[in-house]
Design a protein around this ligand. Structure first.
Ligand code: ADP
Length: 348
């Protein structure tokens, strides 16, 4: 695996995901060169926990494409950050036995950025574009014929002597990932053969992810302790991994390296202000603000974002989905409303 630059472990905020990156996975068996998030990704399709429907659907597509020696259909994956969209793209490449070229829309501002990548793709290779809804219009338009007919149309020359030159491309698969599917233009969305939503993980799946990560760090952990972390990681594997690292730090400092117990997890997570329902300081700030300054709602997203001093896109794609999922927040036509359950939780 050759990593030119990648996201750090603290990057599930929308802003940091804008960091330009390009990851080139050479061969599946290449040695891992970093012991961070990248090396914690499952390296086999079967090690990918949860998202059962998607795995079923994709294994059929992979088998069909291998049998027919054709590229996979273009795939659009959407859902909150940290749920495994990038990981799934890498695993698909592994399954097919091809390279996965990973980039993100902010790194592909100019058409030549995207051209540079697609002209160098080889037959059946995968191109993963993160935050695809942020592609510029010119880059997006360049992708239309590339996705549909595996060709790009370039304008050569200027003024009256200009002409269109078509260049054939290798047959490739585009995997687009986004946290904001509604922001993708319909011509682009229509060109994806498979569109799938990533859901939050249940406690059992998260517990398996926590135990897998603990194992990766050679950390012994009790069932009760791994379950506690699973309950408090907002249904998100990236956060589960991060909490394991924080608990590990805590155990090291406390000199409790033998076995991670539930009491140690509770102590560590309380210190991080992560409560029993997995709410962190930002979640509580949002809910408290909603009650104190907007009478519990309804209040528009932009007003709420302004009163919190947050960016509304981050609020909508990173903070809100989990609160909506656990029934602490409602989205109504007139704005956001706090639920009775959330009020009860805040008063505990
Ligand atoms: P996204 O692209 O949706 O933001 P990533 O694919 O980068 O999310 O996943 C973040 C981290 O979470 C990965 O490094 C990986 O270790 C872990 N992860 C995600 N999904 C799974 C899963 N289903 N099983 C095990 N680990 C996972």
């Amino acid at each position: 695996m050759v990593i030119v630059s990648s996201n750090s472990d603290s990057d599930d905020s929308h802003k940091l995901r804008e960091k330009k990156r390009f990851v080139d996975i050479s061969t599946p068996s290449d040695e891992l060169i970093v012991r961070n998030e990248e090396s914690m990704r499952p390296s086999k399709f079967r090690d990918f926990i949860g998202q059962i429907q998607l795995k079923k659907l994709l294994s059929i597509s992979v088998e069909a494409s291998l049998t027919r020696k054709e590229p996979l259909d273009h795939i659009l994956l959407y859902g909150p950050p940290g749920l495994g969209k990038t990981t799934m793209a890498m695993l698909l490449a592994e399954e097919i036995g091809v390279k996965c070229h990973i980039s993100s829309a902010p790194a592909l501002e100019r058409p030549r950025d995207i051209l540079g990548i697609i002209l160098n793709l080889k037959d059946c290779e995968l191109l993963f574009i993160d935050e695809i809804h942020r592609l510029t219009r010119v880059s997006e338009e360049l992708l239309y014929p590339a996705m549909e007919d595996f060709r790009v149309d370039l304008t050569v020359g200027r003024g009256s002597s200009s002409r269109i030159r078509s260049i054939s491309l290798p047959r490739f698969t585009l995997i687009g990932a986004t946290t904001r599917p509604a922001s993708i233009s319909s011509p682009l969305r229509d060109r994806f053969g498979i569109t799938h939503r990533f859901d939050f993980y249940n406690f059992k799946e998260l517990q398996m992810i926590v135990e897998r990560t603990a194992d990766f760090f050679k950390l012994a952990i009790t069932k009760e302790a791994s379950y506690q972390i699973a309950c408090r990681c907002r249904g998100t594997p990236r956060l589960a991994n991060r909490l394991v690292r924080r608990v590990r730090d805590f155990a090291t400092v406390k000199g409790q390296n033998k076995k991670i117990e539930e009491s140690l997890v509770n102590e560590a997570l309380n210190l991080l202000h992560i409560d029993k329902r997995g709410l962190d300081a930002t979640d509580r700030k949002l809910l408290t603000n909603l009650v104190q300054f907007h009478g519990g709602g309804p209040v528009g997203l932009d007003t709420l974002a302004a009163s919190l001093g947050e960016d509304s896109a981050t609020l909508e794609s990173v903070v809100e989905p989990f609160l909506l999922q656990i029934g602490f927040l409602e989205r109504t036509p007139r704005g956001r409303v706090i639920t009775v359950e959330a009020r009860n939780h805040l008063s505990q």
